[in-house]
Design a protein around this ligand. Structure first.
Ligand code: GLU
Length: 470
């Protein structure tokens, strides 16, 4: 039996991290088993489904590299099939037409509530003698078994058992002829020969209903695997309140898809205490049985750390490409600065995202219009003029500009003035980068270039002189 899994998003918004995690687990399991992964778009809710959302979901999947072996298959293109199966169930008396009006249903519900019973369909049309004409408005209900229990061995939750007395006769076709959600899912999962239904645990309540319909259709049950929720740091279900939840917002914020995937795979699944997984390792090691049942908390700091690890080890060309992309999106022109490849190489060890890398690299590409206020106040006193002028002298003599020669020039200044390294390096760092946070000074200046460095030293000297006069 070929393993076939699916991801079945409803296109009512963007692809969020919870959906992406479900898609990933489903995809991983299929890949590991040498199976197929199907993408199905559950767009029967015409009011809430949009083309933009379909596109957003497809974009998110593409960015993450979760390619479908089949699909996207759209439910709205399968109405004939749902209709046919409904007719089949009707002809086998496994479903029936229900002519109860809203008023009648409301009255019955009120009566049940007054009697302290759980409100549910009272079954009037199950075996009604006075059936109205089939042209009268009606819905079609599934004839749910009245006795016994529905049982399944969930790959994550273990054995789950629900009494049929808890379940209603589900509407499978509405008065306007459209099929309902739970019914479409069943028809699709059977037609698409899905062997493993991997989905969020918010669907656990639907599963017994779907299983009963599957039994009525004489089908073999797939394996069900319900994934625990993703929680925000307050323990509540992850939502917009907690910050970015859209997968593409992570792209925009400068995360790498492989880092996000690596982060997502650890949300609810573990392999010892290993944190970093290549895609090959994920595929090799993933197992549905190792998914834990408790909700997992989305931790941005951990994602940032992982992303930083990925940036550190990214091949040079990909690093440059991602940096260029982030610079473009931030509207930063790099024309008058050092090569983006050299800046990216310099910054890769400290930036956790590409957006941060752009922010930390701005001083290379934009004129220094101000110094970090605190740093300048403390370090740009008249006493700093001596080391700044001296180091400028030394740096202007360098003929082979590199990290080593810059370093030697600083050392030479330190020796000449008989002061500590910091007395020269600190004002030099502020003068050239605008602040105190930057990578190693010699490497930074090597990338910045001699001309800009000297120009910035002159500007710092002028700045200190001007402030001293005030
Ligand atoms: N369309 C459903 C959702 O987006 C998923 C249904 C399923 O996986 O069975 O939540």
């Amino acid at each position: 039996m070929t393993v076939r899994t699916r991801f079945a998003p409803s296109p009512t918004g963007f692809l969020h991290v919870g959906g992406a995690r479900t898609a990933l687990f489903s995809w991983l399991f299929a890949k590991q088993q040498g199976g197929q992964f199907v993408l199905r778009v559950e767009d029967t809710d015409r009011e809430r489904s949009t083309d933009e959302s379909v596109q957003a979901i497809l974009d998110g999947m593409t960015w993450l590299g979760l390619a479908a072996d089949e699909g996207p298959i759209f439910q709205t293109e399968r109405f004939d099939q749902y209709h046919e199966i409904t007719e089949k169930l009707l002809s086998e008396d496994k479903a029936y037409r229900c002519f109860c009006t809203h008023e009648e249903l409301d009255a019955s519900r009120e009566e049940q509530m007054a009697n302290k019973q759980k409100p549910r369909y009272n079954g009037r049309c199950r075996s009604r003698e006075d059936t109205p004409n089939v042209d009268s408005p009606h819905v079609v209900r599934f004839r749910n078994p009245e006795d016994g229990t529905v049982v399944w061995d969930d790959a994550v939750y273990g054995r789950i058992e629900i009494a049929n007395s808890e379940l209603d006769d589900l509407i499978i076709r509405r008065t306007d002829g459209t099929p309902t959600y739970n019914f479409c899912v069943v028809v699709d999962d059977l037609d698409m020969q899905i062997t493993h239904v991997v989905r969020g645990d918010d669907h656990i309540n639907n599963t017994p209903r779907q299983i009963n319909i599957m039994h009525a259709l004489g089908a073999e049950l797939p394996t069900f695997a319900h994934l625990p929720m993703i929680l925000g740091d307050d323990g509540k279900r992850l939502s917009k309140r907690h910050g970015a939840v859209s997968v593409m917002a992570y792209k925009e914020a400068g995360y790498l898809p492989q880092a996000l995937l690596n982060y997502l795979v650890r949300l609810g699944w573990s392999h010892g205490d290993q944190e970093e997984f290549t895609q090959e390792q994920m595929i090799e090691l993933f197992s549905l049985n190792a998914v834990n049942r408790s909700g997992s908390v989305f931790n941005t700091e951990k994602l940032d750390w992982l992303n930083g690890q990925y940036i550190k080890s990214l091949p040079a060309e990909e690093l440059t490409a991602a940096f260029v992309d982030a610079l473009d999106r931030a509207g930063v022109s790099t024309e008058n600065g050092p090569s983006v490849a050299s800046v990216a190489e310099l910054m890769r060890d400290r930036a956790l995202t590409f957006v941060a890398m752009v922010e930390q690299s701005l001083f290379f590409y934009q004129p220094l219009t101000a110094y970090d206020e605190k740093a300048a106040k403390k370090n740009f006193k008249p006493a700093a003029l001596i080391p700044l002028r001296a180091v400028k002298q030394q740096l202007s003599k360098v003929s082979d500009w590199s990290a080593e020669s810059v370093h030697s020039a600083i050392e030479a200044t330190v020796a000449e003035l008989e002061v500590g390294f910091g007395k020269v390096a600190l004002p030099l760092r502020i003068a050239s980068t605008g602040g105190t946070a930057s990578p190693a000074l010699d490497a930074t200046l090597a990338v910045m270039g001699q001309a800009t460095t000297l120009k910035r030293l002159d500007a710092a000297v002028a700045f200190i002189e001007a402030t001293a006069e005030q």
